[in-house]
Ligand binder design. Structure first.
Ligand SMILES: Nc1ncnc2c1ncn2[C@@H]1O[C@H](COP(=O)(O)OP(=O)(O)OP(=O)(O)O)[C@@H](O)[C@H]1O
Ligand SMILES: [Mg+2]
Length: 400
């Protein structure tokens, strides 16, 4: 069912589009009505807190990361506009290719091959190496900014020679050429972070904020090819030495248990009790509310478009961005259907019990799309229990 394709079912419920077609956060832009915000993340604003999320594929990690990054972008924009500072310098470890490049370099410098990678990584990788990845990201960005003659930043930042001397001040005098070549800035993870952050403050930033996500897409952390690597990687991130620095935002592609992080040793080193740590699991009620929000948002969008009439392209551009939760019922004064109305049309006995077989938003989206397709195919009414079983099975199979 293509988006924007007006089928009878969509028309019947006043929907501008199928609200359940998307599968990944990277390709989706959610308006405030469609977005389900977990209660402990309401009103998120940049703070010193370190956030760590654990969640299976499709559990909504990237959705949370993107909305946190948006909050940082807004903060940065406002402090820049008022000339207070440059805002927080964002190290985005989920930028495609960055971690893969870092790990390839590490692989070369430790002289190991793809064949012994799992074991060798476990023996050699430390949280300080993790911080070197943040460091190399920051340096690459800073050098690009300073050497970009067209950018305003380059002109009012620092002349290249001054930056060069600042960068060299990161290295302490006793560092041998060898260690400098090995990108050793400071010794411990914390010391490295302190130095990077001091440099950033000298350059007019408030400090450093780090985001890490999509680790299972990093070639050398692929959990199928190297089942041990992602666990070692997670273990080295989850050390208080690093987490305690603050403004760290990490999203791991599995539960703490599956990543072997529930051991006494890890718990002692990570001090999860001092940080915001969450296993991203979804109850049936939460998934139902998520579906309900999306269902409503697609109706409101249709009403806005209708109200805008010929100016419909404009209404679309807004995408509901300015719509506060309180406005929901009054938009265009139109009638809206509840999610329950949709299931009246399905006439399956116990819809809830099917929902309770799902555990992530991605599974929900697949099931809903499949169901809506089947409703289209049987306009005369009703879905059978078998239709529901098949929709659930598809969701569970395809969501991984
Ligand atoms: N809080 C939410 N509100 C509304 N929709 C959501 C929410 N969380 C996730 N979704 C939707 O569910 C789908 C999967 O979400 P997302 O891509 O964030 O999951 P993920 O955990 O990052 O998955 P992966 O492990 O594959 O990277 C997307 O289509 C997204 O729009
Ligand atoms: Mg993701």
């Amino acid at each position: 069912m293509a988006q924007g394709n007006h089928t009878d079912l969509l028309r019947q419920f006043g929907l501008a589009r199928n609200p359940f077609v998307d599968r990944t956060a990277e390709k989706t832009s959610l308006d405030p009505v469609s977005l389900y915000v977990h209660s402990d993340l309401h009103g998120f604003t940049p703070s010193e807190t370190t956030y760590i999320f654990f969640g299976r594929r499709g559990s909504g990690k990237t959705t949370i990361r993107l909305s946190m990054q948006k909050a940082y972008a807004q903060h940065n924009e406002s402090v820049r506009a008022s000339g207070v500072s440059r805002g927080h310098f964002i190290v985005d470890l989920s930028r495609p290719g960055h971690l893969t490049a870092c790990l390839r370099t590490f692989q070369e410098s430790t002289g190991c091959t793809d064949d012994n990678w799992d074991a060798s990584f476990a023996d050699n990788w430390t949280s300080a190496d993790m911080v070197d990845c943040m460091m190399s990201y920051a340096m690459t960005q800073l050098v690009a900014k300073v050497t970009d003659s067209k950018s305003a930043t380059a002109q009012d930042m620092l002349p290249a020679p001054v930056l060069a001397s600042l960068l060299s001040s990161l290295y302490s005098a006793p560092d041998s050429a060898e260690t400098v070549r090995g990108l050793t800035v400071g010794v411990s993870a914390h010391q490295k972070l302190e130095r990077l952050s001091a440099l950033l403050r000298t350059l007019g930033y408030e400090g450093l904020a780090v985001f890490g996500d999509c680790f299972d897409e990093v070639v050398l952390l692929d959990p199928v090819q190297y089942p041990g690597a992602i666990k070692v990687f997670a273990r080295e991130v989850c050390r208080n030495d690093l987490l305690n620095f603050g403004r760290m935002h990490f999203f791991f592609p599995d539960s703490r248990l599956a990543l072997d992080l529930n051991t006494d040793k890890t718990l002692k080193e990570a001090r999860f009790d001092r940080h915001f740590v969450r296993d991203l699991t979804w109850s049936r009620h939460q998934l139902e509310e998520l579906a309900e929000r999306r269902f409503l948002a697609a109706q409101l969008e249709a009403q806005r478009r209708a109200a805008a009439g010929a100016g419909h392209a404009e209404a679309r551009k807004d995408g509901g961005a300015g719509l506060a939760n309180a406005d929901v019922s009054s938009v265009a004064g139109g009638k809206t259907y509840t999610f329950a109305d949709l299931f009246q049309a399905v006439r399956v006995e116990d819809f809830s019990s099917y929902l309770s077989k799902l555990s992530t938003p991605r599974e929900l989206m697949i099931m809903m799309t499949e169901m809506m397709g089947r409703m289209e195919a049987h306009p005369e009414g009703g879905l059978t229990a078998q239709d529901m079983e098949i929709s659930v099975t598809k969701a569970l199979e395809q969501a991984v």
